[in-house]
Design a binder for this molecule. Sequence first.
Ligand code: LLP
Length: 383
Amino acid sequence: MESRTIYNGPYYRYDMNLLDRTIETCTSAAQKHNCRLFYAIKANNESPITTRIRKQGIGVDCVTHGEINYALRQGWNTSEIVFAGSGKTIREIDYALRNNIGVIHCECPEEFEIIQSLKTSLESDTSIALRINPDVKVDTHEKISTGEKHHKFGMSVNEAKALITNFPTEIVGLHFHVGSQITDLSYFEDLSLTVRGIIEKLPTGYELSYLNLGGGLGIDYTNPLRNSIADFEGWMRALRTYLPESVIDTIFLEPGRSIVAQCGQLVGEVQYIKHRKTNPTAILDVGMTELMRPALYEARHKVTANKDELIEQRYTISGPTCESSDTFGAGHSLPELERGDLITIHSAGAYGSSMRLNYNLRESIPSEYIESQVKTYLKRKVA
Ligand code: LLP
């Protein structure tokens, strides 16, 4: 069944069936490797998406007061929420503690003092874990890499050890997250080894009851249709390499992108073809305000058109805002385009709608959640 036949303007389109299959693959791998999942809601916070995730027993990783508040309204229990954030305000910490959310990930000794004293005065049940910056390099874009010394995230191993020595009973464990869009799984093996080394050197007698290794599993932006489900099994296996169940019973994880990226697409329409002779450039009615990843990280998303023609040519595909960085890049192979053609930008489910901007006072666009697996064909807008 076609869910939409007339184009009324750009929108995000979600394949809910693919989302279900992705969640199922992820939760099965988690069960096998004894991992507990907390969805990083920053990746996509649209209610129909988060509801599916929550209903499969996945907890939620929040980074602001707004995200915690939203997660509670969405129906997550307080104990199913973990709270990270590189610069939590006192108001946010107070809110999390008053709500007795499960675990708060503390990023530096000064923050620990604030959390600890507020926790005592509020008699909160929230547990405290320490986020460590392990100083490991991963292969991803510098702007989404977080685990090296020069990055702002987490505290040093020595700072964590000192806190654990002084407050062993008040710290349940450790949190790591070294970057996002990591596709070479050997980096997760490296992380496993590094973390093993760190936990072996924790003060004697300290009992680590919580270990969270963050998110970061990458997806295939080049072949999203062929590789629509990320390698959850490989990710968890890699993390377990040096951290088997004999060392740590349960590993907590915070996948974001790998759960939601591939089920979402951004659909827009060609408005004009410029520079047809020199550098054919299709200007769409969607751009960086709806998907800012290309502008921010030079991310490359697959682009297709809704017409089947054998002869293709290379196009630059750009958005409509007043920025040269508002482009999905050059060299996209597409059939000959004309005004009114519909364009699909793939892998837009993660960090698309959740990062949208209202720059140029662009209006926000709707989402469609499609249940059936039947391919939807779109007709051109009726003028
Ligand atoms: N846990 C923590 C502490 C994080 O900071 C993040 C992402 C995640 C989990 C989820 O990571 P994921 O599984 O999605 O890789 N806007 C960027 C990505 C920023 C990621 C921020 N932190 C992008 O569009 O590529």
